[in-house]
Design a protein around this ligand. Structure first.
Ligand code: UDP
Ligand code: MN
Length: 348
């Protein structure tokens, strides 16, 4: 989550009454899901959540996936006046009504019985956490439906073996989500976080929101007051105002502290639910070898001011992602690369 947080969790180690992350709860590697097994597990989640609506939903998702490349191509050629992708999908009659919700392929749910207060894009930074995906989906979809939000889940997947870049994936997820629908609120959600309380409302606020007030593994506390990692939400405008997240953090740690700093620098005071409303459980996992510590993080955090307006959504560039619609989520698979270095930034 953040440099500070996890270092302390390691230091804390055995003195803690709760099992540490790497001990009791980790899934042994031989029980981990491969992408194929993951697909069949998500399929079980689909069966559970859609019931009799699943065959029809699956047919519409397949049809939408077949037309998606041409919709995207058309948008590219008429950039300015391009329709949102979901508008075109609706016009093609690819939506299905399920109880009091309308569902568009890609997991976009729109309440029919009320005017939703927020249109929320849930953006999940992701790589190789297939064993977490079904648990996450099974947990969050019913919760968001109970909150009567309009919402969609975007899995922003890093498709290469470079160090994991959580912040840049969040930027990409934000931009790509807005191509589908004009979401007014974006919630960035680590895949291993599970909100315990249905009253933890996933709409936005007039201030950037940190949704976590305590974690089971941290004895229902936060590691430090300024923590702004795990699950955070901003209006579209707030996100543009702070220039999104930095793109230069490759590897684990630091990026969420810079995120918090950007919020503060704009005089935005982050909000957070109080007490048990903001309690989260987390799927405990081993430290990921493919996501080593970013040794440069402390140096980078010392030069935050230089990059605030020059590294973020403002300079974001990436190849066209591969986009795949699923019944419960949209997968945005992207080969993100290092962006050109700005000579005004200090090297770390
Ligand atoms: N993540 C991922 N694959 C990785 C590393 C990170 O999908 O190899 C995503 C995932 O959403 C995860 C989040 O980034 O929950 C934060 O990373 P991680 O869980 O490793 O950090 P922690 O908060 O556990 O220290
Ligand atoms: Mn984690």
């Amino acid at each position: 989550m953040t440099s500070q947080a996890s270092e302390q969790s390691r230091v804390k180690g055995t003195g803690n009454t709760l099992p540490s992350r790497s001990e009791s709860y980790s899934i042994p590697s031989d029980e981990r899901l491969t992408p194929d097994k993951e697909a069949s597990t998500v399929q079980k989640v689909n069966e559970g959540l859609f019931g009799k609506f699943l065959p029809r939903t699956q047919t519409l998702v397949d049809m939408a996936n077949r037309t998606l490349p041409s919709i995207i191509l058309k948008r590219k050629s008429i950039r300015e006046a391009a329709d949102e992708i979901d508008k075109t999908i609706t016009e093609l009659n690819l939506a299905v009504d399920i109880d009091d919700y309308r569902l568009l392929p890609g997991g976009h749910w729109i309440p029919l019985s009320c005017n939703p207060r927020w249109k929320v894009a849930i953006v999940v930074p992701f790589r190789n956490r297939f064993h977490h995906l079904p648990i996450f989906l099974r947990h969050i979809v019913p919760l968001l439906k109970r909150q009567k939000l309009e919402f969609s889940i975007f899995i922003a997947e890093q498709r290469n073996d470079e160090r994991f870049n959580r912040a840049m994936l969040m930027n990409v997820g934000f931009v790509e989500a807005l191509n589908f629908t004009n979401y007014d609120c974006v919630v960035f959600h680590d895949i291993d976080q599970l909100a315990i309380n249905v009253k933890n409302y996933f709409g936005c606020d007039n201030m950037p929101r940190h949704f976590i007030s305590g974690e089971a593994i941290w004895e229902w506390k936060l590691y430090y007051e300024d923590l702004f990692g795990g699950v955070t939400g901003l209006t579209k405008q707030q996100f543009y105002d702070i220039n999104g997240l930095p793109n230069i953090y490759w590897g684990w740690g630091g990026e969420d502290d810079e995120f918090a700093n950007r919020v503060k620098a704009k005089d935005l005071k982050r909000s957070r639910p109080k007490g048990e409303i903001g309690y989260f459980d987390s799927i405990v996992h081993e430290r990921n070898e493919s996501s080593p510590f970013n040794e440069a993080r402390f140096c980078l955090l010392g030069n935050i001011g230089q990059r605030r307006t020059t590294d973020g959504v403002s300079n974001l560039r990436y190849e066209q992602p591969t986009i795949e619609l699923h019944p419960l989520y949209t997968n945005i698979s992207v080969n993100i690369q290092k962006l050109p270095w700005n000579p005004r930034w200090k090297r770390c």
